[in-house]
Design a protein around this ligand. Sequence first.
Ligand code: AMP
Length: 304
Amino acid sequence: MDLLVVGSVGLDHVETPFGKIDDALGGAATYISLSASYFTKPVKLIGVVGDDFPNEHVDMLEEHLVELDHLEVVKGGKTFRWGGRYHYDLNVRDTLYTELNVFENFDPVVPEKLRKNSFVTLGNILPSLQQKVIDQLEGNNFVVTDTMNLWIETTYDDLLKVLKSTNVLIINDSEARLLSKEANLIKAAAAIRDMGPEYLIIKKGEHGALLFKDGVIFSAPAYPIDSIFDPTGAGDSFLGGFAGYLHNSGDMSFDNFKRAVIYGSTMASFCVEKFSTKGLEDLDKLRIHDRFLEFRELSRFDYD
Ligand code: AMP
């Protein structure tokens, strides 16, 4: 199976109480690919940028063996740009602007040889674009999907269609409530799983994550970090770590899904420690595994 990542690649402007950064590498597919690259190689990215996209970002992604053969570069086009400002409570974010630019006419094409037996991660983009990818798939594929409030509110029916072809949906708690119209997360999870996904992961920010499958629940702790600089891309890094680990191990047991959730949380915790993608650029397997093991200690207790 190949690991495909579909989504935005862009340049971000981010302001947090700790500083700001301009023209920083961003985009959901960027974070997902970089995070997954520590578990499985090559990660095949499907996306689009303009010819203003800096070469240094291309080099950095390629150094991580993210395959960019299917990253379309539009001549004379402008790369997707997004600006966000975080409040003192870093869980609260205002979008300052979203300039779709070349992304406006993005028409994702899954190359012929990748249409079968692929592990496909659909980053948070318009559900109709996610559906375009799904429609090109043939036979046995495994689809992990992300989405957001905006799409739940504005393109609900398109999203429902995507969910029917989704194996794993990864969303946060407010999105789960919005999607299911249930305040209680357990009821919300049951309602969402009825929409299609066999597995559902609900991220609860600094309170961890819940994994749901047929009558079983796994509750993952959050890693206590005292130096969160930039939460941008945390959700995408989670997705990348989760998908990369699962793809590489090839083990689809529930116990292994639990480990994948912890690897996802591990990668999200590295992401937020630095601005932009910097927290994901200089990691190694040992550091990642050490933090993974710290998660185990966080919720282990004895009982005689
Ligand atoms: P997250 O913090 O997980 O929500 O992801 C943030 C990343 O998503 C940023 O790097 C943005 O460039 C990208 N992004 C923000 N809005 C959109 C959008 N409407 N479509 C695609 N990507 C987006």
